[in-house]
Design a protein around this ligand. Structure first.
Ligand SMILES: [Zn+2]
Length: 415
């Protein structure tokens, strides 16, 4: 059992307590409230984190750690298809060792950023083996890619062999990640849905990311069609003539275990489809900026009661793997959003999307002890979130399932 105390404590996005403290016992939150309410007659370990905020652990609901070493190497010049080609090219000469080191660098960045739960997409399984060794809570989504309908069956068999032998524990779950509607055949998408039902695993996919994707599905033309044609992947394909989410709906894939990543361009009809399915949306704010997308439809998602989580996506389209950085960016750029709603997306929203809303995302007694501590600048205006989202605010400490995961200044004081 140990106690963390700090100037502030956030039990949930709307409850800020001054002179806060949290007691962690048997990996769970035992108490979260004012430090003065703690029984101090017993000798116990107390770590004072000072001018900081103890908050629910930050959740990154979408990233690709395998691409960490592409940091700053891929520029975007207006065509999404060209951007994909550059990634394929840049990774061509990577060895197993290169990919492994890239994943390790990504894990380190996530931990230092105060992430306690990560949903990572692995192409080759490198991140599965590396993440298994680390103390983060993780969802490892194994990516499947194949646009040839005749190979759907064998791609699925390959997926099953990739996850076979994975020792899921209380900190690790696997999921399935068909890459996108322009890299996965209709037949393979359908099979992925069936597997996620049979194995009761989460299902996630990139969707409605670009105008190019919509043109590809609606008309079968544009840059993505050209890219696939050049890769000899378009043989016999006929565009479904549907918008991306409508296409997934048509395949019977919209369900409450589905994480729809991006959703930058969504029609009214599609908002209603997602609402009805109780599926979740993962928004990647700084990646959205990197590609110069149009304004994000926050209000529509709120109106349709659609749960929203935050992701960083990879360093091929971002300069950071920090959910705090994503929240700071939204606080600075999206005036229509309340700071509590921004904070909610990076905690409760992520927990809900990953099916863990009864266990993480809040600091309530009985919840798993997943905690992030953010050091704050000197308080000049008395506005908590102004300080929390300021450029100087940084992670100094984190706890995952009751174990200290990151301690920047060596403050942890066990008895
Ligand atoms: Zn992605």
């Amino acid at each position: 059992m140990f106690v963390l105390r700090a100037k502030y404590l956030l039990i949930n996005p709307r409850t800020v307590i001054k002179n806060g403290a949290v007691i962690i016992k048997n990996n769970k939150i035992n108490f979260a409230g004012n430090f003065n309410e703690i029984d101090k007659s017993q000798q116990q370990s107390i770590t004072d984190l000072g001018n900081a905020a103890i908050v629910p652990g930050l959740i990154n609901a979408h990233t690709h750690l395998e691409l960490t070493h592409l940091d700053g190497r891929i520029d975007f010049t207006g065509s999404f298809a060209d951007w994909i080609s550059k990634i394929i090219q840049a990774k061509k000469a990577w060895t197993v060792q290169d990919s492994t080191l890239s994943v390790r660098a990504g894990i380190k960045k996530c931990i230092e950023a105060g992430t306690t739960t990560i949903a990572d997409v692995t192409r080759n399984g490198f991140s599965l083996s590396e993440l298994q060794k680390c103390t983060l809570r993780k969802f490892v989504f194994c990516e499947v890619i194949n646009f040839d309908p005749s190979q759907a069956e064998e791609t699925v068999i390959d997926f099953k062999s990739r996850i076979k032998g994975t020792n899921e524990d209380h900190l690790l779950e696997v999921g399935i990640f068909p890459h996108s509607p322009y890299t996965v055949s209709k037949e393979l998408y359908t099979q992925c849905g069936k597997i996620s039902d049979d194995l009761k695993i989460l299902f996630s996919t990139h969707i409605c990311e670009t105008d190019e994707e919509i043109e590809f599905l609606m008309k079968g033309t544009g840059n993505l069609a050209d890219l696939l044609r050049n890769l000899n992947m378009l043989k016999g394909w006929i565009a479904p003539g549907l918008k991306p989410i409508a296409y997934l709906n048509n395949l019977g894939l919209l369900k409450d275990n589905l994480l729809l990543v991006h959703c930058n361009y969504v029609s009214q009809e599609e908002f209603m489809m997602v609402e009805k399915s109780k599926g979740h949306v993962v928004f990647c704010p700084k990646s959205h900026r990197y590609f110069h997308h149009k304004n994000y439809p926050f209000q529509e998602f709120v109106t349709h009661n659609i749960n929203m989580a935050l992701g960083t996506d990879s360093l091929a389209s971002n300069d950071s793997l920090s959910i705090l950085d994503e929240m700071k960016y939204l606080y600075d750029e999206e005036n229509a959003l309340e700071p509590e709603d921004i904070f909610s997306m990076g905690t409760v929203g992520g927990a809900t999307a990953l099916g863990l809303e009864e266990r993480i995302g809040k600091l309530e007694p009985g919840f798993d002890a997943d905690i992030t501590v953010i050091q704050l600048p000197e308080d000049v205006n008395g506005n908590f979130f102004e300080n929390f989202f300021s450029p100087e605010a940084q992670c100094i400490f984190s706890v995952v399932s009751g174990s200290v995961c990151f301690d920047k200044y060596g403050l942890y004081n066990p008895l």
